[in-house]
Design a protein around this ligand. Sequence first.
Ligand code: CTP
Length: 414
Amino acid sequence: MAEKTKIKIGSVPIFSGKRILLGVTGGIAAYKAAELARRLICAGAQVKVVMTKAATEFVTPLTFQALTGEKVATAMFGPEAEPLEHVSLGQEVDAIVVAPATANIIGKMAAGLGDDLLSTILLAATRPVLLCPAMNVAMWANPVVQENLDRLQARGLQVMEPEAGELACGAVGLGRLPEPEDIVEAAARLLSPQDFSGIRVLVTAGPTHEDCDPVRFLTNRSSGKMGFALAKVAWRRGAEVCLISGPSHLRTPYGVERVSVRSAQEMLVAVQDRFVAADALIMAAAVGDYRPVNCELKKIKRGRNEAQMQLAQNPDILGEISRLKDKQVVVGFAAETHDLEAEARRKLEQKNLDFIVANDVTRKDAGFAVDTNQVTILSRKGEPLRLPLLSKEEVAERILDRVVDLLAAQGREG
Ligand code: CTP
């Protein structure tokens, strides 16, 4: 059963073959660490949990043992302790995630103390560490906690900002453990090659809405999934990512700046504002080609047997952007129902693109609103690259591989 959840069509789980040590310390958010362990396992990781004594007051080791299938380590001494685990565990794994990280463990790490199993493992650790602090608002605001975190970051540890909101203690403010989904992403970045480090990537996604009246609009079937996958994977690989999205219910990928727009004209302005500072633009948005000439101020009423609406052509965003193009790598998409490669090649030339990603949107398993895609990449030179059916994240990886190759050819490497 476990294998079934790990294997998706044409995709390799992001943590496949990776061992992660999950350190759980004693705060109420310890219950969320159970969900985190499950998500890491679903993403292919082998998870070893180490709990502090205080953590076991909130959640039992049995919970984690049942989820991970591995014995949970809690003590340095006594019959349950394995000899030398206090040194070896932090050196054998691929990464260490401490979630939640209390002010206490942060203080001990900053001071170089090792007075229990987890703090000693962290002292001897040679692998990358991600700290996910969670605590009461006043504790988080305490300068000593902030100074400790600054010291740890200066030593190369990764720290996730806690979220703002209502805390279990009733206080409102910063201190909540980030969502497990986001911790998984931050851990994925820790383990991914950082070939986009220092590179600014602009991605567009989703449909546009072209208003007809206060209750109606023209749109298309795009969900935004391909663009969101591109933004997510680019951030994972170290990029600074800005995602300009038309209306979409998808959650903003962790670490990504999102700019929400509605119409093609709004998207044009948002892209123009950010393009010059970007190193790469990937236009995955399904931009509406037409908009009503007039958006009626009052709801259009029924009553006539036939009605007509006059449409005006929207700007071609890529066409406009090609005038500003300097050294940026510019990538387009071609969503086609027929003559896939010929149409894509026409757009590649007309829109002055570095390459174009063509997909046949009549397929049920590719294109709009599904998690998989089957694309062909056409470049100015060379044969088309026809990829098999892959998850959208894996398609994103292939597109970004080509972007980074083009940037490297210009002498700009991450
Ligand atoms: N695009 C754009 N501005 C538009 C329409 C499309 O920048 N007004 C971009 C899309 O984001 C995509 C590429 O151009 O990257 C091709 O989009 P597509 O809808 O396939 O093609 P169109 O240019 O609209 O041409 P056609 O309607 O003839 O297929």
